[in-house]
Design a protein around this ligand. Structure first.
Ligand SMILES: *[C@@H]1O[C@H](CO)[C@@H](O)[C@H](O)[C@H]1NC(C)=O
Ligand SMILES: *[C@@H]1O[C@H](CO)[C@@H](O)[C@H](O)[C@H]1NC(C)=O
Ligand SMILES: *[C@@H]1O[C@H](CO)[C@@H](O)[C@H](O)[C@H]1NC(C)=O
Ligand SMILES: *[C@@H]1O[C@H](CO)[C@@H](O)[C@H](O)[C@H]1NC(C)=O
Length: 254
């Protein structure tokens, strides 16, 4: 929660500054004494840049300062971290204006929604129980995702609004997992339906489908009850009379 507020505050600041201005190219920092053998980079920016199709996500990580926050947390983590990185295509296929419709705090929430505060291998995803907390999850259990395993050992992430399979993993060893996703995860808390206008009445009885043609699907529950009773009576009669087979023949001939 604290980190989120911090990020949100910084976001406000950064977006304000960045407005209209093209960002200067980042000046490469002089290489510090490189670690002897670094098997896989822990630098999220580097990992995503190598993927070369995450420019929008990289920009948002930078603009919101969340990238920096992740770097710091990774340096000091027990549980590790998992990033679900939407491709540029994913952002491009959002409905026009989607990002701009969000205020800076909501944009930060959207990005934090793609960060899970622990390391998940594909295997641990499949054995973890829903819902799964994201970095945007507050005290009220908002901004969570569900994981479902698909038949061929694939993993789907769902938000309650949309769902997408995890595709390529760009990095897969503890403490950092980075998975490519081909849709932006749309948090229910931002993109879910607004307060229900015409939710179905919970008291409504399930429709008796038996004979109703689709044109009658809007019938009242009273009607379906009547029809249901009628068909139950018919069934009773045929079985009592022992003429089930016969009535089927009649039905087929008519
Ligand atoms: C991470 O990688 C980026 C791009 O290569 C680089 O600019 C940045 O300085 C690196 N950050 C750290 C903490 O090494
Ligand atoms: C990670 O920790 C090391 C040692 O404590 C420090 O030198 C380095 O600057 C830290 N990197 C980041 C990104 O905070
Ligand atoms: C997760 O699954 C539960 C149970 O099916 C459902 O009630 C909840 O709305 C789902 N949440 C999301 C974010 O998909
Ligand atoms: C996984 O998500 C895709 C949409 O991205 C959907 O077509 C598919 O049915 C989902 N699979 C499961 C098992 O939920």
């Amino acid at each position: 929660m604290a980190t989120f507020t911090f990020a949100a505050a910084l976001t406000l600041l950064m977006l304000f500054q960045a407005e209209g201005a093209t960002k200067p190219a980042p000046t490469p920092t002089p290489a510090a004494t490189a670690p002897a053998a670094a098997p896989e980079s822990l630098n999220l920016t580097e990992i995503l840049e190598k993927g070369s199709q995450f420019t929008t996500f990289l920009r948002l990580l930078k603009d919101t300062q969340i990238g920096e926050q992740i770097d710091n947390q990774l340096n000091n983590t027990y549980g590790g971290m998992t990033i679900l990185a939407p491709t540029d295509n994913a952002f491009n296929s959002l409905k026009a204006g989607t990002l701009n419709s969000l205020n800076p705090q909501e944009q930060a929430a959207l990005i934090l929604y793609h960060v899970l505060p622990r390391y998940y291998s594909l295997m641990t995803f499949q054995t973890s129980s829903n819902p799964i907390t994201t970095q945007a999850t507050g005290n009220h259990g908002a901004y969570v995702v569900n994981i479902t395993s698909t038949a061929n050992n694939q993993v789907n992430v769902s938000t309650g609004v949309n769902q997408t399979p995890l595709s390529t993993s760009l990095r897969s060893t503890f403490p950092l997992a980075v998975y490519q996703i081909d849709s932006v995860l749309l948090p229910y808390d931002l993109f879910g339906p607004k307060p229900p206008a015409a939710a179905p009445k919970p008291s409504e009885k399930p429709k008796v489908k038996a004979k109703a043609p689709s044109a009658e699907s809007a019938e009242t529950s009273e009607d379906s009850t009547v029809k249901g009773d009628a068909s139950r009576r018919n069934l009773g009669w045929t079985s009592v009379a022992g003429m089930g087979l016969m009535s089927i023949c009649v039905m087929m001939m008519s």
